[in-house]
Design a protein around this ligand. Sequence first.
Ligand code: GDG
Length: 472
Amino acid sequence: MSRTIIVSNRLPVTVLKKNQQIEYKTSEGGLATGLGSVYKEGANRWIGWPGIFLEEESDQLQVAADLQADHMHPVFLTKNEIKEFYEGFSNETLWPTFHYFLQYAVYDQKLWETYRRVNQKFCNEVMKIAKPGDTIWIHDYQLLLLPQMLRENLPDSSIGFFQHIPFPSYEVFRLLPWREELLNGMLGSDLLGFHTYDDTRHFLSSVSRILGYNNQQGLIDTGKRTVMVDAFPMGIDYDRYEEVALSEEAHRREASFRKSFDGQRIVLSIDRLDYSKGIPQRLEAFEGFLKRYPEFHEKVTLLMIVVPSRDQVGKYKELKEGVDEMVGRINSTYGTLHWRPINYFYRSFPLESLSAFYRMADVALVTPMRDGMNLVCKEYIASKTDQKGVLILSEMAGASKELSDAILINPNDQNQLIQALYKALTMPEEEQHMHMVQMQESLRRYNIHHWVNLFMDRLSYIKIKQLSMATT
Ligand code: GDG
């Protein structure tokens, strides 16, 4: 019987080792929820790294056995692989290049070789499980070479690939010394998915200009096979966010948090610590807003949650120091005995608290410099069960293509951001309601389950089409 295998760098679980005991923390992320209905069925599996370096073989054997019971299969990485494959090539070469932060990109042959070796390691692990005829769905930029590696072993399998981050324009992509190998790696897939039409267009243009393969309406003819490329904007588990927002626990937490803010209006910002998210630019704009509109002093606060991320990578350490310094400066310049302009937390919160923050925020300020999609803005909308609240959203986030009822801004335009804050904080409730209802309708319909089904259906479709093309 054919089955479906999901492959991603990280498993939907994190393994922790505390006092010689192995513990498991399951991910509540959107992808884990959306794909839960897939990998937990029948003999299906999810293959990936459990997020920890385990030295002892006995630990590895225990983790493999425990995870197997939950339909997961771990790929263990050595310390050096974590450094050179994950922190190195994935996050210091591909991540900055694909997010247009070229000044941060490192081009190092040694990192590339480890990246290729680890992709091969993933391939070997998949091959321990996969059989001809299986469907394999690979996720994200850490595994760009895997589709082709698997294709060589399983020529007839259905292989899908989805990229969660942007695909840059040809002029940027071509800077990578390994551009041909990367594209050929991706083209081992039958179906390649991106969040937006623009990402798709950029990918097709690189394929045509670097490899010389043209396409017709997203169908690439490589001479050997036909590969389909399309946009699949990822949704969220809308019902879950709505349900938590309506829960007693979220209400209780909201009431308790509100006491600390003494009737102030709340502007919310939530991201992983990442330079692509535009956190310093957002802080500068908030400071500019306080300068230009003193009537809002003591009446508004920026609630800023920054979730620790990739703290072993140099640029992220620098960013953290910069953000700490800016928050300190703004608070000490504008704060009073009764008011802290920015409430800043460098940690993550449980979902119920996150939901309470979404509920209490008058404005969500989502201003990445570049973002594949951005799910935070979608979760904010789904949590606004009273249809009040305003979303300020960067044009550079994939989500802006769907959420035209948000106030859309260019994150480099500080003046526009300041005006957007003013507009959001003075928007009449009827207008808020009108925009919110529009956005909720669309996000409810195009949810994570719709996304999973659409991708899987399209993967079956292209496989059937390839077979019919081969026989005609
Ligand atoms: C990549 C792409 C694309 C955040 N703080 C807490 C918390 N979160 C959760 C949010 C949201 C997720 O983290 C962040 O998702 P984003 O989409 O905003 O950003 P990335 O992590 O960069 O994700 C991105 C995504 O992949 C999917 O394709 O949209 O463009 O970069 O779900 O809720 N969750 C909890 N506590 C927190 O404090 N529980």
